[in-house]
Design a binder for this molecule. Structure first.
Ligand SMILES: [Zn+2]
Length: 165
């Protein structure tokens, strides 16, 4: 766990890869720090943290956010690299005109791995179900596989841009 200079009192846990554990913030300052760090709306931040708490309380490991807001340029780079990434106009990650992100991605959980095996799919479906209880959309509208897992399982958002703006 690493803490940035000037954020000595921040209690949010950051991993060396830059990801941050989704858990209840210890203070309002931590919550604000999270929002600023990931450039997400307060509504999304609260739901993301609640998802992490629900999953951990249910016996799961820590969920970690790896991506929130992005510029259109960053989004296009991901698309060019073949990553599942919507156009800038549709992406819930993209920041434009003062817009904050309404979508975020989590790290593929260590020890679980990507979907594709029955045991991994079970964990992913649990995360997805808990996310939906928080009012989050799982998979960002990507296709749903026979296993019930979307093709972009690491992604969660507040719904399509047509709805959220
Ligand atoms: Zn995403």
């Amino acid at each position: 766990m690493v803490r940035r200079k000037g954020s000595k009192r921040m209690s949010l846990k950051r991993w060396l890869d830059g990801s941050m554990v989704l858990e209840n913030p210890a203070s309002h300052a931590d919550f604000c720090e999270f929002v600023a760090e990931w450039q997400v709306t307060e509504t999304l931040a609260a739901k993301a943290m609640a998802l992490g708490c629900r999953f951990t309380e249910g016996g799961g490991f820590a969920l970690r956010i790896i991506s929130g807001g992005r510029t259109c340029e960053q989004q296009n780079r991901l698309r060019a690299a073949g990553r599942p990434a919507a156009s800038c106009a549709r992406s819930t990650h993209v920041l434009e005109g003062g817009r904050l992100a309404t979508g975020f991605d989590i790290a593929t959980p260590t020890g679980v791995g990507p979907p594709g095996s029955p045991s991994a799919d079970l964990v992913w479906r649990t995360i997805g179900a808990l996310a939906q209880l928080e009012g989050l959309r799982w998979g960002g509208g990507s296709d749903i596989l026979v296993s019930g897992v979307p093709t972009d399982p690491n992604h969660f958002d507040l719904g399509p841009r047509e709805v959220t703006g």
